[in-house]
Write a protein that binds this ligand. Structure first.
Ligand SMILES: C[S@@+](CC[C@H](N)C(=O)[O-])C[C@H]1O[C@@H](n2cnc3c(N)ncnc32)[C@H](O)[C@@H]1O
Length: 278
């Protein structure tokens, strides 16, 4: 007999299993400090260089109305909240990371925005203190939440008109292929991706429209940089990674173009999921 899929349990198993695996590989539990502090610069850069034709931004821009209120769950450095603010009445931008919130506050000051309220905290823990909004957006902020049922339930309950979510189609380290198996003796447990979200939403009787679009694809200045990124994904400490081995091992995964190294464009596939509040 084929058992029905427990989508919420599957999501939890991926999030918890992936974190436990990384801790096991690292040999130490996750540190309490802000894990976004080291990558906030990249998110500032993504915010500053956001293109008008970037699919999620183009979608959000095309559906908001000047009188709308917006809730941005996991706003990060404000990639979407900052350019959206002049187009709507008010935005609540929620994020648990102090480094991201600081970058967001700086972006608000630089752009002299007066209608963005930054709320420091985690969804859905802060949901009770936040008003429902006409439009709720959530971009790449679900991968770390083990309990996705309450996350999505609260998100849907806070949506007055439209919910717009985006996340990857493939896990962030899917491109590493069998490298994890070779180096760690087991495959890397993937994070939850678009198909998992569709399944999780279905358990809440939410049936989104889904669009698969090209998303952001990171490129690398050198094979050394790509090897260092692979070392991070495989949870090697920076001063104890087999970089010489990795430099050769990652070579088949990247092609050189315009002086930079690019992964296969399949890995950039991203899903945009949306539904109307009923
Ligand atoms: C990859 S960044 C994306 C930031 C922004 N949405 C963007 O697309 O540039 C993920 C963000 O989600 C935030 N995050 C993670 N778990 C969250 C949760 N439970 N509630 C709210 N934000 C969360 C992190 O702090 C981080 O800033």
């Amino acid at each position: 007999m084929i058992e029905p899929i427990d989508w919420l349990g599957r999501w939890r198993a991926l999030v918890v299993g992936r974190q436990e695996q990384a801790e096991r590989w690292r040999g130490s539990p996750a540190r309490e400090e802000d894990c976004w502090a080291s990558t906030v610069g990249r998110f500032r850069e993504l915010t500053a260089t956001l293109r008008e034709d970037e699919p999620f931004w183009a979608t959000v821009r095309s559906v908001v109305r000047p009188d709308d209120t917006v809730l941005d769950i996991g706003a990060g450095a404000g990639r979407y909240s900052l350019p959206l603010a002049p187009l709507v009445r008010r935005i609540v931008a929620l994020d648990p990371s102090p480094a991201m919130c600081q970058a967001l506050e700086e972006g608000i000051a630089e752009r002299r925005l007066t209608n963005v309220q930054v709320v420091h905290g985690r969804w859905p823990d802060r949901a009770a203190q936040i008003e429902p909004a006409d439009v709720v957006i959530c971009a790449h902020a679900m991968y770390w939440s083990a309990e996705i049922g309450p996350f999505l339930r609260a998100l849907a309950d806070h949506t007055r008109r439209l919910a717009l979510l985006t996340l990857r189609v493939y896990s962030v380290d899917a491109w590493l292929g069998d490298l994890a198996r070779r180096l760690r003796g087991e495959p890397r447990i993937p994070e939850p991706v678009a198909l998992d979200l569709i399944g999780a939403l279905s358990t809440l009787d939410l049936w989104p429209d889904v669009r698969i679009v090209p998303g952001y694809l990171r490129s690398y200045a050198s094979l050394d940089e790509l090897a260092a990124h692979a070392a991070t994904l495989l949870a090697f400490p920076p001063d104890d990674a087999p970089l010489d081995f990795l430099r050769e091992a990652v070579r088949p995964y990247a092609s050189e173009r315009d002086g930079r190294f690019w992964l296969d464009s399949r890995w950039r596939l991203t899903a945009i999921l949306s539904w109307q509040a009923t």
